[in-house]
Design a protein around this ligand. Sequence first.
Ligand code: BF8
Length: 643
Amino acid sequence: MDEKTKRTEYTNPGDLELFRKAEQENLPLGIDRLKKMMPQCGFGELGTCCVLCYLGPCRIDPFDNGPKLGVCGANADVIVARNFLRAAVGGASSHAGHARELALLLLEVAEGKAPGYAVRDEGKLLSVAGRLGVPTDGRTVQAVAGDVARKALEDFGRQDGKPMNWIRARSTRKEYEKWEKLGLLVSNPHNEIETAMHRTSMGNDADPLNLWVATLRMGMVDNFAGLMLATDLSDILFGTPSPKVVSANYAVILPGSVNVACHGHNPILASKLVEWADKMEAEAKGAGADGINVVGVCCIGNELAMRSGASYAGHLAQAELFLVTGAIDAMVVDMQCIWPGLTTIAKCYKTRFITTASFVRNPDAIHVEFHPEHADERAKEILRHAIAGFRERKTAGLATHVPRASAKMLTGISVEALVSVLSAANAADPLAPVVDAVASGDILGAVGIVGCPNPKLRYSSMTERMAAELLRNNVLIVTTGCVNHILAHAGFLTAEATEKYAGEKLKKVLAALGKAAGLGAPLPPVLHMGSCVDNSRIYDLLAALAGKIGIEISQLPVAGSAPEFITEKAISIASFFLAAGILVHVAPPPRVFGSPFAIGLLTEKLPGINGGKVLVETDPEKAAAGIISHIRAKRQALGLPLP
Ligand code: BF8
């Protein structure tokens, strides 16, 4: 049977139905293109292909008798380190760009220039302001918001070499001192990105260690100028997520409604579409629809579900399949992870494919340039395109096929929400029940499973199998990004999953916490913390736990995993967690295996320097075993029991 129609116990039946439909309609998808691309370039996979100048392309063959040096004399260690740093730059630039848009919006809100938006969470504003040293007493929300926005933007223009405001405000003392000693306190994200591009261009940095330190610094840019900044400002502008149960999977598409699939990342656009979907219901009904149904694909699905409870459609690799249903009237995209090939499929089904960012264009798309100053007008314009799409679908009698695959999940577990849930068990010291359970061994440790759905591993159910194995061993899971769609579809974010997957000890803890919180059911064993930028929430949680115990984050019995990573953003996020001293499991193999220096650094030397370590494993059960053995070693070092 074809790779894409392989079945495991976790396979989403909706995927299979739509793969078959696309095949019958002779419509090639990404997975078909991947197959044609095999075998992929071995030099590229090893990271030893250099295209940074026109002496090349040069490729180093680490195994046979091929060249060992590029034309300029760069060896494999230098070439791999340069390539990897440039990938981290791509990721950090994406996250910093996302965060900067939010900072500009917050400033516009403070100055009354973005009438469609407001500060929705004053408590979060005051808390962020307090950490930044922005005075709050007796001041208006607008005044405080303006100062917080200016503090954010100050970091992007800083030339004094001082650490970023956001690092000073949002890291623990222990971590700050560690990063200071290691030379990882970055000052200005744009300068850091410029220097990284400069040092990796031809004829500059030829010291692999120096280049890898720059990669860890790029991780710091990613977290503090990207993830953390974006999360803080999104919470201020759109509200801090709180627990809610939402619907997921293909059945969230309603053929009788105007279906709008939001695909991308920044809530600035998507939150407006959700708002106007309600306001324009009468217009949709006038076109014969039941209403307007806005659903979220990939990370924006996380953002919308966490905050507004919008339906949670599917992950990046399912974006094509949602179009194949024929029932999407408009796919509206902002930025990042938007495959160019989507417009080909959209055309086949007469779906309006709408781009909204000046730097994310596609010749086959309708472009509606979106700026916060005219948000309401643009949101209406976009939804009118969708209503026109619905009308055409109905008038032409176009067939749809929406799989009935459906799931429910608990979402909205921000750190604030978690603390509030745990307060029901111990109001004076909310984190105490978790710390006690870790200390006793009822919770062996915790893993953040994050990132993307890679078709190279997707149809072996890499993520689901790894999660099941970790839970069976009493390891609690938190998730962000597209993997959460995967786990939600497979039913891991429900109370029933605790019964089905958790080991006996973990089950007992989750049942007690669920009861204390008045849920009437156990807490799910997989807790959804948001989109990829919300990895900052995982860092916040770790910082809170480590601070409470009085240890460094690197000493906690925890790990991160991107079991099916795809993007450069995953690389920059992983670089941050390495800088924070955490074990990071990744699959497929990162492009470092051509460099003995990189392998030695990432698996042996770095663990001795700050605790950070890379584990590469594409087999889910072996990956879980590697993570568990790391967690056990951390427990042993803390003198905790080893159940
Ligand atoms: O930032 S998980 S495929 S959508 S990169 Fe992209 Fe990966 Fe999805 Fe979100 Ni994150």
